[in-house]
Design a protein around this ligand. Structure first.
Ligand SMILES: Nc1ncnc2c1ncn2[C@@H]1O[C@H](COP(=O)(O)OP(=O)(O)OP(=O)(O)O)[C@@H](O)[C@H]1O
Ligand SMILES: [Mg+2]
Length: 248
């Protein structure tokens, strides 16, 4: 699905990602885990071409026949719009506080795939219902909804557009445990419907509960990749061993 080769990211002279190589297999859930500051979000920013000003990159990010690092902003924007969907930690920041949910969810879902508003209302109400949300939320403003509800709205849009790849950067860390579990259930549903998932997380329970494959990062480098069961039964890198030990 997506292959990263020797990705290096330098921000204002500091190397934040160093010769990182990994593969995100089609149809699977891949978790990326690593300590704070290890370069997970920077890697995601490189995939989406949203690195901060002053960042330089080298290496390759292969998606289908394109190298996203060399593709133009317009080409990457088109891929993001048609094939990727991203969910960030703080759902509130993903919404405009002065626009009602109806218009915003339309823009994140039906609008992206060129469906009209009538079709959208019907389909979105169904999806919201499945997620335990009443259609009334469409007439509310984002600040009238909880973080968990907003995150569910994001999942609703993802379920609507059925993206080829969902990238979620710590989508559950602002949610309480119960809502977190629910959220993971919806991620699984999305995956069962054909979406490949890249999930960035701090939480090993999330990895074991959900992911097929994992990528372990430490200080800007990938120290281990493999299936979750392989790595949990035979961690090879010291950092991974310590990470797994820290669970008990
Ligand atoms: N906008 C920025 N400008 C310059 N350096 C940055 C910027 N954002 C992050 N960094 C640096 O890049 C490095 C990697 O940060 P990154 O945000 O990718 O870590 P992370 O693994 O996502 O951490 P966390 O788990 O806390 O989200 C860190 O050293 C950080 O200080
Ligand atoms: Mg991060």
């Amino acid at each position: 699905m997506l292959e990263v080769k020797e990705l290096t990211i330098v921000v204002n002279g500091a190397t934040v990602v160093n010769r990182s190589s990994f593969f995100i297999p089609n149809g699977k859930i891949t978790a990326m885990i690593g300590e704070s500051g290890s370069g997970k979000s920077m890697t995601v920013a490189a995939l989406l071409k949203i690195l901060p000003a002053g960042a330089n990159t080298s290496g390759e990010i292969r998606y289908k026949s394109a190298n996203l690092l060399e593709a133009t902003k317009e080409e990457v924007t088109a891929i993001r719009k048609n094939e990727f969907f991203t969910i960030f930690q703080d759902a509130m920041n993903s919404f405009n506080p002065s626009i009602k949910m109806d218009r915003q969810l339309y823009a994140f879902s039906a609008g992206r795939i060129g469906e009209d508003h009538t079709t959208y209302r019907k389909k979105m109400k169904d999806i919201l219902g499945k997620l335990g949300l009443s259609a009334d939320i469409l007439d509310r403003y984002p600040f009238e909804l909880s973080g968990g509800m907003l995150q569910r709205c994001m999942i609703a849009c993802a379920l609507y557009v059925k993206p080829a790849l969902l990238i979620a950067d710590e989508p559950t860390s602002a949610l309480d445990k119960v809502v977190q579990k629910e959220f993971l259930k919806w991620l699984r549903l999305l995956n069962e419907n054909g979406t490949t998932v890249l999930l960035i997380t701090h939480d090993l329970d999330v990895v074991t509960g959900l992911a097929d494959e994992m990528i372990v990062m430490q200080k800007g480098e990938i120290v281990e990749t493999g299936t979750v069961s392989e790595i949990f039964s035979r961690p090879t890198h010291d950092y991974t061993k310590r990470l797994l030990d820290s669970r008990f």
